[in-house]
Design a binder for this molecule. Structure first.
Ligand code: TMP
Ligand code: ASP
Length: 234
């Protein structure tokens, strides 16, 4: 496969076209942002680590029957993915309180939820990724009823699979964000699954091993990402 031109540059990734119109190359950068890109920085080697973590997790999910855009890991920082028509919705799944749900409902972080929570947000930095619901997604034509149902079902299935995967490696999957898109009419899981878009806590010490270390200036950011990589590969 041959790399062609840059199609899109996001906050943490660059997307390139290839000689195959159905396949794109996703390049992982070291740049990190938080709070809708109001905070910017660099996490050394993050691109390499996130490419490896995401590839490993997509392979695992594919083995378990989840349809994703993952094709192959190409280089240190690049993976081949199926071209998607991205649905502009972020699906957030939570197992424990943390971050925005703690703020919104005035509860401390780290409380185990009785059942997993699924939330939808509209992908827009300018608007601060506002909270939306299934009714809004359908009314604005972001996705149809069947797609909304499948996004929710798949996200809960991914949650079950990844919670167990991380638990076996000494990590609590607190919450995470997924994105979906259409490829030749089929709904596929897209984007990435990395410590940038998941909250991961050490099971024993409850230490944060994710982007909250950057968001909250907790230090030892590279070390945390490295630790997740080692555990995910182990
Ligand atoms: P939140 O508590 O800020 O709503 O975030 C929940 C989870 O979703 C957390 O693991 C971070 C992830 N997330 C993203 O990756 N990108 C986003 O734009 C948002 C809002 C959350
Ligand atoms: N990734 C989003 C941003 O860059 C939100 C976050 O992860 O905090 O603002």
């Amino acid at each position: 496969m041959e790399k062609r031109e840059k199609l899109y540059e996001g906050k943490a990734k660059v997307i390139y076209t290839t000689d195959d119109p159905d396949t794109l190359i996703m390049h992982f950068k070291d740049e990190a942002t938080a709070f809708d890109a109001k905070k910017k920085g660099v996490i050394k080697n993050k691109g390499v680590i996130n490419n490896r973590i995401s590839s490993r997790l997509f392979k695992f999910l594919e083995e378990k029957g989840i349809k994703t855009h993952f094709v192959s890991e190409l280089t240190e920082r690049e993976m081949a993915v199926k071209r998607l028509d991205i649905i502009p919705v972020e699906v957030i799944v939570r197992n424990f309180t943390a971050g925005s749900i703690s703020k919104r409902l005035g509860v401390e972080e780290g409380i185990e939820l009785k059942t997993p929570v699924v939330e939808f947000c509209y992908k827009s930095d300018e608007l601060g990724d506002p909270f939306i619901n299934a009714s809004i997604i359908k009314a604005f034509g972001f996705a149809n009823q069947d797609e909304v149902r499948r996004m929710e079902e798949t996200s809960l299935k991914v949650n079950k699979l990844l919670s167990k995967f991380f638990d076996e490696r000494g990590i609590i999957l607190v919450d995470f964000k997924l994105e979906f898109g259409r490829h030749k009419g089929t709904l596929l899981l897209g984007d990435e699954i990395t410590p940038d878009g998941c909250r991961l806590w050490d099971k024993e010490t409850k230490e944060k091993l994710d982007k909250d270390r950057f968001r909250r200036d907790l230090g030892k950011i590279e070390e945390a990402y490295e630790e997740v990589l080692n555990k995910v590969m182990g």
